[in-house]
Write a protein that binds this ligand. Structure first.
Ligand SMILES: [Zn+2]
Length: 308
């Protein structure tokens, strides 16, 4: 017999997931910092970029390490940016968010079984890959294959071993269909980006989306399945628009207060918006699907039936 969730289990699992997320976030910082240069993420241990002193013991603890050091290197006093600790907190919150979204979908006091476990594993894995890809794209304007290829393989593997771990309607009953849903997701992701790349080249004579975006969509498709991948692609521009409006507001405020516009107002790459949209789909899936995606896909399939 499998035990059911109680309020106490929710709290315990929530706290545990927050801490696990912070640990993963700490590792994600290392990945973003080292992978673009083809460096190993395991060796050497984290060290100060200025004096090269290795962090030891408790300094390595997520969140607390930074607080204990008071944001400074123990040896040379180099300031450690708040961004690193922020990434750990955000990852912790996202892990808790994955748990809450699954709980909302399954009805809060559901059995603690393999469906919950599978969805939790796939959700937290996807979030980890997306956060690394986002930060890398934001920092260096690239998303390396050393992130996206393992991401796609992980999504395919988990979706094949645990075909029940994707959300309805991408849930499958057999390993074979689980594999197909993931492969179709990768194809849909690549196809959409490549299609709009060509359109962008014809209409605007510029590269609107990079190949890194295609492989990132591949990761999203492998994990979420093709329907959610398509939705993600079309939701992403809304996040871009929100960010553009935010930047416009900042520019207007700066003008009004007599300041000048900074060089930092450059364009933001598309990868972060894709990641945000994918996380939006992942965490909001119970509501997104029930409220409008189901009708959307029904009407799309109607159009295709009319055409053929
Ligand atoms: Zn130092």
């Amino acid at each position: 017999m499998t035990p059911n969730f109680t309020t106490a289990t929710h709290v315990l699992i929530g706290l545990g997931l927050f801490w696990l997320g912070a640990v993963v976030g700490s590792f994600a910082n290392v990945c973003v910092y080292r992978l673009p240069w083809g460096k190993s993420v395991i060796w050497p241990a984290s060290h100060c970029p200025k004096c090269l002193t290795a962090l030891k013991g408790r300094d390595n603890l997520p969140i607390f390490g930074w607080l204990l050091l008071r944001a400074e290197c123990r040896n040379c006093g180099l300031h450690i940016a708040a961004r690193y600790v922020l990434m750990e907190v955000v990852m912790g919150l996202l892990f808790v968010g994955v748990h809450l979204a699954i709980s909302a979908d399954l009805g809060w006091y559901f059995p603690l079984d393999r469906i919950y476990g599978g969805r939790l594993l796939m959700g937290t894995m996807l979030v980890s890959f997306l956060v690394v890809a986002t930060m890398m794209d934001y920092d260096w304007m690239i998303i390396t294959d050393s992130v996206t290829v393992p991401g796609m393989l992980m999504g395919l593997t988990l979706g094949t071993i645990m075909p029940y771990a994707r959300s309805v309607p991408m849930r499958s009953t057999s390993h074979m269909t689980g594999l197909w849903v993931g492969l179709a997701g990768i194809l849909a992701g690549f196809g959409l980006i490549l299609f709009f790349r060509v359109i962008g080249r014809i209409l605007f004579r510029r590269e609107a989306m990079g190949l890194g975006d295609a492989t990132l969509m591949g990761v999203i498709g492998a994990f979420l399945g093709w329907k959610a991948a398509i939705l993600t692609f079309f939701i992403a521009p809304f996040f871009g628009l929100a960010h553009a409006l935010w930047k416009l507001g900042q520019m207007i405020v700066r003008r009004l207060t007599g300041g000048r516009n900074r060089q930092a107002d450059h364009e933001m790459p598309f990868g972060p918006y894709l990641s945000m949209a994918a996380i939006f789909c992942l965490l909001g899936w119970p509501w997104i699907w029930k409220n409008w995606a189901i009708d959307l896909f029904d009407s799309i399939s109607m159009i295709f039936k009319e055409m053929t």
